[in-house]
Design a binder for this molecule. Structure first.
Ligand code: IPE
Ligand code: IPE
Ligand code: MG
Length: 238
């Protein structure tokens, strides 16, 4: 069982290190985020050629509101600009864009842009790009539990019918397969509330490279190691 294909179908990336990258050069943290957004464009363009069908990127966590107003607003502005500027290119490249995370706390204008690009790219099939904004695995699980509880209270769902599949369907990622590989940049080796449920059997790769230095070549190098792994899913390999 569990032979590992050469390339992971779904790669999820915790894009970390923008702030340190900028600070080390004596620049404001936002410069690092801007460079990071440029890297996203390159990686999105390169991913399908590296065999990736699903790419999920962590852009803003439910804990990132703790940062300065300047940084938070700067990031939100960057997300809006990315959507506006990349809409054309993403469509031309066959990218379908989705978002996961709790949208309610986001600026209504950004929410509208997110819904607009999801709709606009919904027929594309070359790459499924999912961006996690105001995303936290715990928050997602709480919202899913609440949605199921509401159905039970309404008499529309039997508590005994709440199983793994039902919970899975109540998550933001209902339409998205589980990640095969989670990559975190910048040398930190923690999950920071990313895809807690979905990454149950994902492989993990940690690289010291800071996100603004992360190139398609670095990605290719990481993917080349993936083929040597043996995924067992709790079983025994004969
Ligand atoms: C990742 O870079 C981007 C976000 C979390 C928005 P950081 O901003 O966390 O960069 P470091 O970790 O401070 O270097
Ligand atoms: C994780 O990075 C969140 C994103 C990449 C969006 P953080 O920089 O926020 O994580 P911690 O604080 O180092 O755990
Ligand atoms: Mg960080």
């Amino acid at each position: 069982m569990a032979s590992t294909p050469d390339t992971p179908r779904h790669v999820a990336i915790i894009m970390d290190g923008n702030g340190r990258w900028a600070t080390s050069k004596g620049w404001p943290r936002l410069v690092g985020h801007r460079k990071g957004a440029e890297r996203v464009k390159e990686i999105v363009r390169a991913a399908p050629d590296q065999g990736i069908e699903w790419l999920t990127i962590y852009a803003f966590s439910t804990e990132n509101w703790k940062r300065s107003t300047e940084e938070v607003l700067g990031l939100m502005g960057l997300f809006a600009r990315y959507i506006q500027r990349e809409a054309e290119g993403l469509s031309a490249e066959g990218v379908r864009m989705r978002f996961i995370g709790n949208r309610k706390r986001l600026d209504p204008k950004l929410q509208d842009l997110m819904a607009w690009i999801e709709e606009r790219t919904s027929a594309n099939t070359r790459l499924n790009l999912t961006v996690a904004i105001n995303y936290g695995g715990r928050d997602e699980l709480v919202r899913a539990a609440r949605a199921l509880a509401r159905k039970v209270a309404d008499g529309a769902l039997d508590p005994e019918a709440v199983d793994e599949a039902a919970l899975d369907r109540a998550l933001d990622t209902a339409d998205i397969p589980d990640p095969d590989l989670v990559i975190r940049t910048s040398g930190e080796t923690r999950v920071s509330n990313f895809l807690l449920w979905q990454a149950a059997y994902a492989e993990f790769e940690f690289t010291p490279v800071l996100w603004p230095d992360f190139t398609p070549e670095v990605l290719a190098e990481i993917l080349s190691r993936y083929g040597n792994r043996e995924r067992r899913f709790g079983g025994v390999v004969s």
